[in-house]
Write a protein of this length. Structure first.
Lengths: 267, 844
């Protein structure tokens, strides 16, 4: 859901900010409206989108690991089904690896992993979206978004220029947090920060937008960071060359293309 | 000077007593500042390589020391894999997470570990092994089968037979282990059902030992004191009089401990034993004084005269017995182990404090007693006539026997010595902190049961590091196969229960990705394939688990080795197996290896300690020899006085070899005590023999006197201390039992050896013992040669102890020293200074 600042890169609806006065927003928005808008800003900007991503994982000892990949996104319908294609460039040993997601709202996502060195396409069972994304401090759900229906939402503050929304999972057995709070900018509905509290009620993880740019009229997070307070590690993602509405073909997001990366979209 | 001191003490008893009380109070004021350190790791200094490396490994691979909680169910047909037990374990794990000081995210348990397995139609799943409470038995079976199928968990979290499960509880610091273990006990005690709970692991054993040790210290030292008190009453029948040695012992212990704490030294496992070491030493001299006083008072009937007569007689032997004990302990200060140094210095100081107090407090105390109270001596004398009679009868039989059968005794001693030397060769050097507890202690029990079910609760880490840090050596297939082969070999050899390392993860992920077919349980053929398996593994809930096993640059691997035994001896075998493997199998890339882990650290300090103690022992042996040579004005007499001590030590240590008791830390430390205490009787005996001989001029006559007062004092001392420490034999902590055993044996054997062998030698070699040769020892060429040999041994000792000189070089040097000294000796003995000296002697 909202939290995914990270993903905000992936862009969708053109926000006609000019047409709405901030006051009007505050007065009019219900929690549901806020989170729906924020979700759309975070994950559904444009009809499709692509970005080159540089991910820097820094562990508690200050050691860095860098992963570089390209993300392609295709929306079937705003706020609903969409598809992701993640192609890895670096590290060199994992070049050509592809990770693909078909995201649904009413059931578990379909996920595939293509491992070129094993010449192997594996379905990854997606019964748990809280596992790490390639060893980073982001989880899969951060990348493709957490279903809004999984949580109860509560507007706990609208002071200043952000909405602060508390999200409590309906089924707490599935997740490692007890709740999380998301800060959403009133001006553009970009979720700029999410704070996760563990089952003991202690803040243990923060996901935040470090840099937000307007790209072709789409408010876009171009740099975000996930910090694990307990471990002392963090992951920074730089979204480079973010583009929207390129006309990426639906057929690319199929098993066939895992082994045959669509070069024209990947550079 | 000392005479004046004794006189002053007798004349101004109140001043002395007041001064002592002030000192004791000052010392007592230091006690609240006590710092306790029960961490055996501190046996090594902080900058010791293995310690530095251990902490580097812990940091680099994010490893923590852990407490092992085992849950065992022998009743249920499914073992622990039934719904109730698993849910209980889940609850317990959740509660453990809340304990202060526990590294929650690194707990290793069913509910905290991620598993990779086959999902529906050709998919793989990353899934918590146990995601929450379960409701039906089928889930329990699935959890068991999945855990057993994962090389990371089988034998570590789950026992092969499904009867037991382990929770590894990592902690921030080792010194909270005891507290955390108590909190875990409190949690599991609330649980019902057939499950049994066991807690073990080196940190908890070591920390618990520290806690119990202090309790034991508070019980043992006073208890030994009480028994010594009762025994002295049995011998002397005068409560007021025998209070004095008790006060002396207590003052000595308090002042010494006050000094230790006041100087800011932490009270370590070693220093907690100071009271129990000082107690007998402090009492020894006073028992000699009381014994003589008791006997002499009946003749002199005047306390002043008696005190001075006794002090005059005993001054020299007391000085030398104290000095030898002090030297024995002080030599520990050259040990490479900081707590042992502290221990040695403060026991040595305590010995000298006890000596000063003996010269001051005892005369002052006697001075304050009314003459009337000594009247009881007469009564006591008649009352105790029986046991006096028995002791005297026995002693006089010993006298007759050892004089008549002197050669037999000497022959027997040689035979015993030879057999004992054989026994010493069978000594096993070994230690294991878990074995410091007696067999029924819950930690010992837990250790036994959990190591029966699991691959081992003892942990060592073997780190392999590539010389070329950039080459990502440890994702090269050849390199992983090399590591895998080493792992297999270690388990086959039998000392290692299980190893967990990078190849296990790679293989597990690889065959699960390929559909779960075990024929693919191998290391993939290419570096890219391995890298891709690993990045797949990083998609789990706990990607950081990978970094316990390797580095992000893949330039190092950390092999987690589980051992079923914490015996240093067994760890040692594993070290050798690894060395052998690395030597005989060339690594495809250049690597170096190092060890970490508490089990390994114990091996390192033990080796240092054993070798260090041996060196210290040789050193103090030489020093004591020089002191004896000086005291008795002859190296031959010096050698003779060392015989009882040597036989005592050789005999006691041979027992270790014969009965199979390990040479461990307490035994090593006790060698200093053995040396210091077992020379005491010989000093008293020879010194008095020479004095008596000087009076009577006949060994036959002197021996009769010798076997009255002095031999009686020796016997009384031996009884008081040997029996006083017997209760330690049932102490719950094994090191205390060892101390009790040694005290008993030292007193028992050295008194017997002194009373039998010394008279036998005096009978056979009266000339040497009673000084009929040339006056100056350097003038006797033979004596001079003995000193030459001793000097060369000393030189070798110093070379070996303080420099890196090899044995052969040291040997050459020592031979050279002997030769040179030999030359000097013959020169000196021809020198006129000897003749003039001799003539002077004769004129006198």
């Amino acid at each position: 859901m909202i939290k995914l600042i990270t993903k905000s890169l992936f862009f969708g609806i053109v926000f006609c900010l000019l047409l709405m006065s901030p006051n009007k927003i505050i007065a009019a928005e219900t929690v549901e409206e806020i989170i729906v808008k924020a979700n759309n800003v975070a994950y559904y900007e444009g009809k499709d989108g692509r970005s080159n991503v540089k991910m820097t994982i820094t562990d508690a000892q200050g050691r860095n690991r860098v992963r570089e990949f390209t993300i392609l996104r295709f929306d079937i319908e705003d706020g609903k089904e969409q598809k992701y294609y993640v192609y890895f460039n670096k590290p060199a040993d994992v070049q050509d690896m592809v990770y693909m997601v078909w995201k649904y709202l009413d059931r578990d996502d379909d996920r595939w992993l293509y491992l070129p060195a094993l010449d192997l396409v594996r379905r990854i069972a997606a019964n748990d979206n809280r596992s790490s994304f390639v060893g980073s401090n982001f989880v899969y759900e951060d990348i493709s978004g957490r279903g809004l229906a999984l949580d109860n939402h509560e507007l706990i503050s609208s002071e200043g220029d952000v909405f602060k929304i508390k999200n409590t999972p309906k089924d707490s057995a599935d997740v490692e947090f007890s709740y999380f709070e998301v800060y959403i900018q009133k001006s553009n509905f970009v979720p700029v920060k999410a704070e996760y509290y563990d089952k003991q009620g202690k803040l243990y993880k923060i996901v935040e937008a470090i840099e937000v740019k307007d790209i072709n009229g789409h408010p876009t997070v171009t740099k975000s960071k996930a910090t694990d307070l307990a471990v002392g590690s963090n992951t920074v993602i730089d979204f480079l060359n973010v583009e929207y509405d390129l006309g990426i073909e639906d057929e690319i997001f199929t098993e066939r293309y895992l082994r045959r990366p669509p070069r024209k979209w990947l550079n | 000077m000392f005479k004046k001191l004794i006189e002053f003490s007798f004349n101004k008893p109140k001043t002395i007593i007041a001064a002592t009380i002030v000192l004791v109070i000052l010392a007592a004021f230091q006690f609240p500042r006590i710092k306790v350190d029960t961490d055996p790791e501190n046996m090594l200094s902080e900058d010791e390589f293995v310690r530095v490396f251990h902490h580097e490994v812990k940091r680099e691979f994010a490893i923590y020391d852990f407490i092992v909680l085992g849950i065992v169910n022998e009743k249920n047909s499914q073992g622990v894999f039934n719904v109730e037990t698993l849910n209980r374990i889940y609850d317990i794990t959740e509660k453990i997470k809340k304990i202060d000081g526990v590294i929650t995210r690194e707990i290793i348990a069913l509910s905290t570990k991620d598993n990779i397995r086959q999902g529906v139609v050709g998919s793989v799943i990353f899934e918590w092994l146990m995601n929450g409470p379960i409701s039906n038995p089928r889930q329990a079976t699935v959890i068991r089968d999945e855990a057993l199928d994962n090389p990371m968990f089988n034998g570590t979290i789950v026992s092969e037979n499904g009867r037991a499960v382990c929770v590894y509880v990592p902690i921030e610091r080792k010194n909270i282990s005891y507290r955390v273990s108590q909190e875990i006990y409190a949690i599991v005690e609330q649980e019902k059902g057939d499950d049994r709970y066991y807690i073990t692991g080196l940190p908890v054993a070591e920390d618990t030992f520290g806690v119990e040790m202090f309790k034991q210290m508070a019980i043992s030292a006073p208890l030994a004191g009480l028994i010594i008190f009762i025994l002295m009453f049995f011998f002397f029948r005068n409560i007021v009089l025998i209070i004095s040695p008790m006060l002396l012992a207590i003052s000595t212990v308090l002042i010494t401990m006050g000094l230790l704490i006041g100087f800011g030294f932490p009270v370590h496992i070693m220093s907690s034993m100071i009271p129990i070491f000082l107690m007998p030493i402090a009492v020894l001299d006073s028992v000699h004084i009381l014994s003589e006083f008791f006997d002499k008072y009946r003749l002199l009937q005047d306390k002043r005269k008696t005190v001075f007569a006794v002090m005059d007689e005993l001054f020299t032997p007391m000085l030398f017995t104290s000095l030898t004990s002090a030297v024995g302990f002080f030599s520990l200060s050259f040990s490479p182990i900081p707590p042992v140094q502290t221990f040695g210095v403060f026991v040595a100081s305590g010995v000298m404090i006890a000596w000063v107090l003996t010269l001051t407090l005892i005369p002052a105390y006697i001075s304050l007693m009314s003459e009337k109270s000594f009247d009881k001596f007469k009564a006591a004398d008649s009352q105790s006539e029986d046991h006096h009679g028995i002791i005297d009868n026995v002693l006089s039989s010993i006298r007759r026997f050892s004089i008549k059968r002197s050669k037999l005794i000497i022959a027997l001693s040689i035979i015993v010595a030879v057999i004992s030397l054989y026994g010493i060769t069978r000594i096993n050097v070994n230690d294991n902190p878990v074995r410091w507890f007696n067999k029924n202690h819950q930690i010992r029990v837990a250790d036994k049961i959990l190591n029966k079910h699991f691959a081992g609760t003892y942990t060592a880490y073997l780190v392999l590091a590539a010389k070329d840090k950039k080459a990502q050596v440890f994702i090269e297939p050849k390199m992983l196969e090399y590591v895998e082969k080493l792992q297999k070999l270690l388990v086959e050899k039998g000392n290692v229960g299980k190893t967990t390392a990078l190849p296990d993860v790679v293989k597990k992920v690889y065959y699960e990705l390929l559909g779960g077919d075990r024929t693919n349980n191998v290391i993939p053929k290419t570096k890219r394939a391995i890298a891709q398996c690993l990045i797949s593994y990083e998609n789990s809930h706990k990607p950081d688990d990978l970094w316990h096993m390797t580095t992000p640059d893949y330039d190092k691997v950390n092999i987690w080795i589980q051992l079923k035994s914490g015996d240093n001896r067994d760890t040692d075998k594993v070290l050798k197996q690894v060395d052998e493997y690395l030597k005989n199998n060339k690594s495809p890339f250049e690597i170096e290896h190092n060890w970490a882990g508490l089990t390994y650290i114990n091996v390192v300090w033990q080796n240092k300690m054993v070798l260090g103690m041996l060196m210290n022992f040789i050193g103090s042996f030489i020093i004591v020899f020089f002191m004896m040579t000086f005291l008795f004005r002859s190296p031959m007499r010096g050698l003779i006085s060392m015989i009882p001590l040597t036989l005592t030590i050789v005999f006691i240590y041979s027992l270790l070899g014969f009965i199979g008791k390990d040479y461990d830390m307490p035994v090593a430390v006790l060698s200093a005590l053995t040396l210091g205490l077992s020379i005491d009787f010989a000093i008293h005996f020879i010194q008095r023999a020479r004095e008596l001989y000087a009076i009577s001029g006949s060994w036959e006559k002197a021996s009769k006197e010798l076997f009255k007062g002095p031999a009686r004092a020796i016997t009384r001392n031996a009884f008081v201390i040997a029996i006083g420490f017997l209760p330690l034999l049932v102490a719950p902590l094994i090191p205390y039992r060892t101390v009790g055993f040694f005290m008993f044996m030292i007193m028992f054997i050295s008194s017997i050896v002194t009373l039998f062998i010394l008279p036998a030698i005096m009978t056979v070699l009266p000339g040497i013992v009673f000084n009929k040769g040339r006056g100056k020892m350097l003038c006797n060429c033979k004596y001079c040669q003995v000193i030459a040999v001793a000097v060369s041994v000393a030189v070798v000792y110093i070379l070996r102890g303080y420099t890196q000189v090899s044995w052969s070089a040291a040997l050459v040097v020592s031979i050279a020293v002997v030769a040179v000294m030999g030359g000097i000796c013959s020169k000196i003995s021809d020198h006129k200074f000897c003749f003039t000296g001799n003539e002077k002697e004769e004129k006198k």
